[in-house]
Design a protein around this ligand. Sequence first.
Ligand SMILES: [Zn+2]
Length: 303
Amino acid sequence: MTLALNRRHFNAALCALLVGFVPLAAQPAEPIPVTASFSILADIVQAVGAERVKVTALVGADEDAHVFEPKPADAKIILRSRLVVLNGLGFEHWMQKLLKSSGYRGDTLEASQGIQPRTMASADGPVETDPHAWQDPSNVILYVQNIAAALTRLDPAGASVYQQNAASYSAELKTLDEWAKAQINGIVPSKRKVITSHDAFGYFAAHYQLSIFAPQGVSTETEPSARDVARLIRQIKREQIRAVFMENMSNPKLIAQIAADTGATLGPALYVDALSGHDAAGATYLKLMRHNVTELVKAMQRN
Ligand SMILES: [Zn+2]
């Protein structure tokens, strides 16, 4: 009894001693306030910053960043933060004005910096840059590196934490990517065709080698012309595409009409430019990608 007690005391003392020597990163008194432009990016920043940061998204779950209209409350959120993270590539066309009007003087980061941007020439318009780089998980690994570097500049004491979190999250992204490739490679190339509401899957389609068509362009700001919709309907019928999807953050009316006109089955919502709410299938970036790939593969099998 005495011996056991003594050993326990000894162990406790040893632990206390060891803890004193472990180089723990000093926790900031308060989590660092960070603003992310939209929900998917907020989730990625939170994965890298973990308990050292508190991330607020301006454009929330199931909301469309393309048509976002900032309110005075958004300027206050920015002014209180020490880092503003945006996607870049023209996604947040409202951000510059908002940053200026808020009087914010802190750091900003374009998380997509360094990726190879995808551009597309529209038939009757200028060349546009596709902002949806996060739809390719290998691009998100670069986002993670950029975010870890920006957080480290702001909070050097957390350097090792950011580095570790970035490494483990990147490993999860690689696992996701390999799983997605295996899933999609199970579909014969001639069946790898999908219709969605707007042209948000360019990076995804290039990375996983499938074709994704949409009545709307890379932004949801402009309505497609009747001619474009008619052309798409002819293509769906000609190529017998059964996989037609709506998106969680945009109006499903047009895509539902296209599905009805072509006899295709309208699939469940894909999570495209926004996370879902907490209790739905796209509550994190990793979950939304798994949901999208699973549903896309299921639908393409019917093509
Ligand atoms: Zn979009």
